[in-house]
Design a binder for this molecule. Sequence first.
Ligand SMILES: Nc1ncnc2c1ncn2[C@@H]1O[C@H](COP(=O)(O)OP(=O)(O)O)[C@@H](O)[C@H]1O
Ligand SMILES: [Mg+2]
Length: 252
Amino acid sequence: MKNSIIKTQLLCKSFITDGEINNIIKNVDLDIYEGDFTVIMGSSGSGKSTLLYSLSGMDQVTTGKVFFDKEDITTMKEKDISKLRKNKLGFVFQGINLIPNLNVYENIVSPTYKTQFTRKAVEERVTYLMNKLELDTHKHKFPNQMSGGQRQKVAICRALINEPKILFADEPTGSLNSSQGESVLDIFTTIHTEGQSIVMVTHDLKAALRGNRILYIKDGRIDGELTLMEYNTDDLVQREEIVYKFLKSKGW
Ligand SMILES: Nc1ncnc2c1ncn2[C@@H]1O[C@H](COP(=O)(O)OP(=O)(O)O)[C@@H](O)[C@H]1O
Ligand SMILES: [Mg+2]
């Protein structure tokens, strides 16, 4: 039995635009399991990003509940949510938002201030991550001196520096060319294999293949899900067929 790391109950999120209420996420009951690489798919505007932000406490829900590790985050004080975000959650976004006047190293360690991690632990972790993502030689570069793929790797290192219990990624390959995208996805596959829980929004089939559970969202509701074996390059063709069929059946 897998452990539920996030649980939602009747989660709703609405926006008010020009005096009109738009219900974007509608009564979503969902469990995200520890150790899973969960992928959220759906057409543009279906509510993928909105759901991700609600799940991760980045954005306040309108009604309903979100539990993280059995703790209700919808009633948590802002101060405690910030703490939770900083200590337990990692985020990677499509528009890579590095701090322009900090170098690679400084960007990666920026979330570690005022955490329980010692300098030595941070130093070891940053060395490990930069090595793993092949960023060692770029340590002193600034974001504008690097390619989009390299910047995304820096953003991933930064998201992982505090050893988050779960990593959230919104279209992490969206602004990358296909080989850069593949290398970012390889990193996700590796860390997932090592036990990292991941929730990734994507509209890219190749990216979705990496997950072991695909949720399909349509018009603000979970319209179906597909459970897959762990990612294995040997049966990629078959895997792609299964996912493609599933998505087509959902009207993708
Ligand atoms: N901050 C916001 N204010 C108003 N409407 C929003 C806001 N964020 C998202 N929406 C609306 O919610 C819908 C779903 O958006 P989003 O979750 O970004 O979709 P997706 O990520 O699936 O493309 C869209 O119609 C979008 O215009
Ligand atoms: Mg989106």
